[in-house]
Design a protein around this ligand. Structure first.
Ligand code: SF4
Length: 314
């Protein structure tokens, strides 16, 4: 188990509970095969649960929440059940906890165990509600499966954190609208959104991926005096459909305006990831001429801002 650097938290984010969070990682690998992701694929050593509990007991005193930062905390179900059982029978039961995991690692039994152990947020790599996009991203999950998991988490009063990637290369206005509708539906029910506005790549993206998508990669060129030649750094993959790309450009510009509007009443550090994600949804809705969704987004933004002001995320 690793105790991760503790961040100074000014505003509540999509995957944060409380302001003094004990961030720990029990394993950094993931069984997923998403070709664009850079997490380690192989098994890292597992620490005995007793050892982990002993460390949690020792370190948790001055914190108000426990954040398991593993990419797929439920990836080894038996280990997760053993952890939950010990947490449920310890004084740490009442301390709010957060875990991240793959959608297909979540089962009703796992949710029951998580409830008993005091988990309040489970964030998930949903990426899209459109099956074509999920397949392109090699997520290995089905859209209907995602909705089932989100519904069951909400029913059990665990807040889902929904991580999304909008505007990946095959995004169309149809797939975008589908994801927008579902994201706002779940945000209205209490889920948190964390939306990336493009599929990012970088120098640590696997080489075969950079080669395969070189023709649609946006590069940032950097040059400092003294360098032999400018350096092209891969930044993100470009949306292939021209109309959707246009929507993306307009929506990102509109989000900027909405942010500036909000910042007249807020300082920059209080613009949390869920709020920025909701503003993107609002901006896309406006560009698509979806008046009902624009109104709905604005209502959710207001509610979320009020909750964040009260320090209330759950
Ligand atoms: S499921 Fe998430 S962490 Fe795992 S490989 Fe895919 S994107 Fe990466």
């Amino acid at each position: 188990m690793y105790i991760l650097p503790q961040l100074s938290v000014k505003c509540l984010d999509y995957d944060q509970i409380g302001h003094k969070r004990l961030a720990i990682e029990t394993s950094n690998h993931c069984k997923g095969e998403c070709w664009w992701c850079v997490v380690p694929r192989s098994n890292s050593p597992s620490h005995p649960i007793d050892d982990l509990m002993e460390k949690l007991d020792r370190f948790s005193g001055s914190f108000d929440s426990i954040h398991f930062m593993d990419n797929d905390l439920g990836g080894s179900p038996n280990r997760f059940f053993a952890l939950c059982e010990q947490l449920a029978n310890s004084p740490l039961k009442s301390m709010p906890k957060l875990g991240k995991m793959r959608v297909d690692s979540v089962s009703p039994k796992l949710i029951d165990a998580a409830v008993e152990a005091g988990f309040k947020i489970i964030s998930l790599g949903v990426e899209s509600f459109n099956q074509g996009i999920l397949d392109f991203l090699s997520k290995g999950i089905f859209s209907i499966q995602i909705r089932g998991v989100l519904d069951t988490l909400l029913l059990n009063r665990i807040k889902p954190g929904i991580n999304l990637i909008m505007f990946s290369p095959p995004e169309t206005i149809g797939s975008l609208s589908q994801t927008l509708d579902m994201a706002l539906k779940y945000a209205q029910l209490g889920a948190y959104l964390n939306i990336a506005e493009r599929l990012y790549v970088s120098l640590i993206t696997p080489r075969q991926v950079l080669e395969r998508f070189q023709h649609i990669t946006h590069f940032e060129t950097i040059y400092f005096p003294g360098m032999l030649c400018p350096l092209d750094l891969p930044e993100f993959l470009i949306v292939e459909d021209a109309d959707t790309r246009h929507v993306q450009e307009l929506a990102l510009a509109r989000r900027k305006e909405l942010e500036i509007g909000l910042l007249t009443n807020l300082d920059e550090t209080s613009l949390s990831i869920p709020i920025r994600s909701l503003l993107l949804c609002g901006a896309i809705s406006e560009v698509l001429g979806e008046k009902d969704l624009t109104r709905l987004t604005s209502e959710i933004v207001t509610t979320t801002l009020e909750k964040e002001k009260r320090g209330q995320i759950l």
